[in-house]
Design a protein around this ligand. Structure first.
Ligand SMILES: [Zn+2]
Length: 209
């Protein structure tokens, strides 16, 4: 369904109804699954800290004009971009000489992900992972990844590696874009996604070296 929304191949009213029923099912199913509730948030990039969040004091977060159900076609940025040291844009950290892990901020269930992307695609998210966290009743979106280590339906713990930071996606791939993770949070209200600014949560998250 997310692919249909992303590509504008589904009627908005229908998409909302489908989304609500999927979330309803997720809520009832997840009560049977043993997902240990995390004590605290984990910062979503291993080896990095909140000072690498783009924009002064989280100003990169621009929710105005965003609608989850209008897919790829919007100008808002209900997200934070978190930048890594990658001067030559090969997705390998200039300091550690390794790929950089994207960590799940909370525990949850992988509800959507892609594993491939080609450079001619006009999709903006590139390679991405969506995680639903039952205890927060929220969805988390990690985009522009280089690789993905999880599968749809998989259970992840807070701090588990979802993949690595990359440059996939229409704009993220361009030379002018420094390598970063695009990270969003959506609270689920009336079983529909509502953008939330996770800046304070990110600032107080536990950083994994
Ligand atoms: Zn972004």
């Amino acid at each position: 369904m997310y692919t249909q929304i992303r590509d504008l191949n589904i009627d908005t009213v229908l998409a909302k109804k489908q989304f609500q029923s999927i979330i309803q099912n997720l809520k009832s199913e997840s009560s049977h699954i043993q997902v240990q509730k995390a004590k605290e948030w984990i910062f979503p990039i291993q080896g990095y800290t909140p000072k690498y969040i783009g924009g002064k004091n989280g100003e990169g977060y621009i929710p105005q004009g965003y609608d989850f159900f209008t897919g790829n076609n919007h100008k808002a940025h209900p997200a934070h971009d978190i930048f890594i040291y990658d001067f030559n844009q090969d997705c390998i950290d200039d300091k550690t000489k390794k790929y950089v892990n994207v960590l799940s901020v909370t525990e949850g269930i992988v509800v959507a992900c892609t594993k491939t992307w080609d450079t001619t695609s006009t999709l903006r998210g590139g390679i991405y992972v969506w995680v639903y966290c039952p205890s927060e009743e929220a969805l988390f979106y990690y985009a522009h990844l280089n690789s993905v280590f999880v599968d749809i339906g998989g259970i992840v713990q807070a701090g588990e590696s979802l993949g690595t930071v990359g440059r996939t996606g229409l704009n993220a791939y361009k030379k002018r874009s420094p390598t970063h993770l695009h990270f969003s949070m959506f609270s689920v209200k009336n079983n529909l996604p509502v953008p939330q600014n996770p800046y304070q949560k990110l600032c107080s998250a536990k950083c994994i070296p």
